[in-house]
Structures are given as C-alpha cells and as structure tokens.
Design a protein around this ligand. Structure first.
Ligand SMILES: [Zn+2]
Length: 240
C-alpha cells in the first residue's frame, strides 16, 4: 500500500500541474477581451469627439456665412453711396453710418470666426490623436491574439506530455479501488485528494487528527482516510 500511495502522490502532483496549466490556458483569452473592451471604449470616445468636431465645423461655416452676408450688405451700401443715384445729404450720411456699424459688426464676426477656427484646429488634432491611438490598439490586439494562440498551443503540448507521464504512473497503480477512490475524491474536492501528514493536522481540512490515526498512519501498511474530509492520508516522515 505504501508504495502504491507514493505513486499516487506523484500522479496527483501531475494532476495538480495539468489542472493549473489548463486553468492558465482558459484564462488567456481574458487578455483579448480586455483589449477589445478598451478598443470599444476608445471607439466610443472617437465617435463622440468626431461629432463634436462636426458641430464645431458647422458653427465655423455659419460664421463664415454671417461674415459674407455682412460684407455683401457693406458692398451694396457702398455702391449706393458712390453710385451717384442718391444726392440727399441726410440720406448719404445715414448710409455712411450704416456702413460704419456694419463694419464693426463684421469685425466682431471675424474675431469670433478666428477663435472658432483655432478651436477647430485643436479639435482636429485631438480627433487625429485618438484615431492614431485606435489604430495602434487594433495592432496590439492582433499581436495579443497571436500570442494567446501560440501560448495555447504550447500549453496544450505541455499538458499532453504530462498526460503521458500520468498514464505511465496510472498503469503502475494496480490497486483499482485506490485509483477509483482517488478519482472520486479529486472530482469531489476539485483538487488535492491525497494529503501528506507531517504532524497531526489534516492539511486537507485542518482537522487535528486523533492520535490513534497518527499511530496507525506511522506503522500500518493499509489505507487510512481522514475521518472528517475522507481524503487519503500519507505519513510524510519515516515509518515506525
Ligand atoms: Zn481531512
């Protein structure tokens, strides 16, 4: 029994390793999901900033139309003023006044326009920066996908190698009942089914083992299980 238990311990070590690697393999796509999420957020931000830029460009366009409308009015008044058709001094003075005030209005509109155009430039830069960031992120995603795929293949190869080692050990366990008990426990506990006992504590469930169990564990060559968690116990020290 003692020899069988030692083989079982080695087999369990491989099962733990396979389980660990399998979990690692399953977690690998998390990296892809994380990057995809970041890209989706960036995409949203990009659309939002682009819409705001469009809005700003419309405001610029409207201001330009305003400026043109005022300029047209000024030109019309000026041609009236110098056209020679109006001779009434009072009327001419009113026309001059109107031109003056239109020019002031135009200066204000042009000033506003300059500010808006400046803002437009800044916004364009922001949008193009996000665009660059987005394409860089997409490139990174491709790389991550390739890495994950490669790592998955490597882990799978490693697991296969470990499974062969496991098979060899399993063949050496001739006690079928022991193997069945182990497999049941492994599935039930989702891991460690055989525990090595160093002092008097079952490391599986932390139970302080009764002294008669320790006594038999140190001396007998038959299967002993934890009375609390049913795990298979193996004495770690020298047999007495
Ligand atoms: Zn226990």
């Amino acid at each position: 029994m003692k020899e069988q238990l030692q083989i079982l311990l080695m087999l369990q070590k491989i099962d733990i390793e396979i389980n660990k690697e399998d979990n690692r393999k399953k977690r690998l796509p998390d990296q892809i999901r994380k990057k995809e999420e970041a890209i989706a957020n960036l995409e949203k931000k990009y659309q939002k900033e682009k819409n705001e830029l469009k809005e700003l460009q419309l405001r610029v366009r409207r201001k330009e139309i305003d400026a043109k409308t005022i300029n047209d009015k000024i030109e019309k008044h000026q041609s009236e003023l110098y056209g020679g058709k109006i001779s009434d001094i009072k009327e001419l003075k009113q026309l001059q006044k109107a031109i003056e005030s239109l020019k002031k209005e135009r200066d204000q509109v042009e000033e506003d326009l300059l500010i808006l155009m400046d803002e437009e430039d800044t916004w364009k830069l922001r949008v193009s920066e996000i665009e660059a960031e987005l394409s860089e992120s997409k490139e990174q995603l491709k790389q991550i996908q390739q890495q994950v795929e490669q790592q998955q293949i490597e882990i799978q190869k490693y697991i296969q190698k470990k499974q062969i080692e496991r098979e060899e050990l399993a063949n050496k366990i001739t006690d079928r009942a022991l193997m069945e008990r182990y497999l049941l426990l492994w599935n039930e506990k989702k891991g460690e089914a055989v525990v090595e006992i160093e002092d008097s504590i079952c490391s599986g469930c932390n139970l302080s083992l009764p002294s008669d169990i320790i006594y038999h564990l140190q001396r007998d060559d038959h299967l002993i299980i934890c009375p609390n968690c049913n795990r298979i116990l193996v004495w770690k020290g020298e047999s007495l």
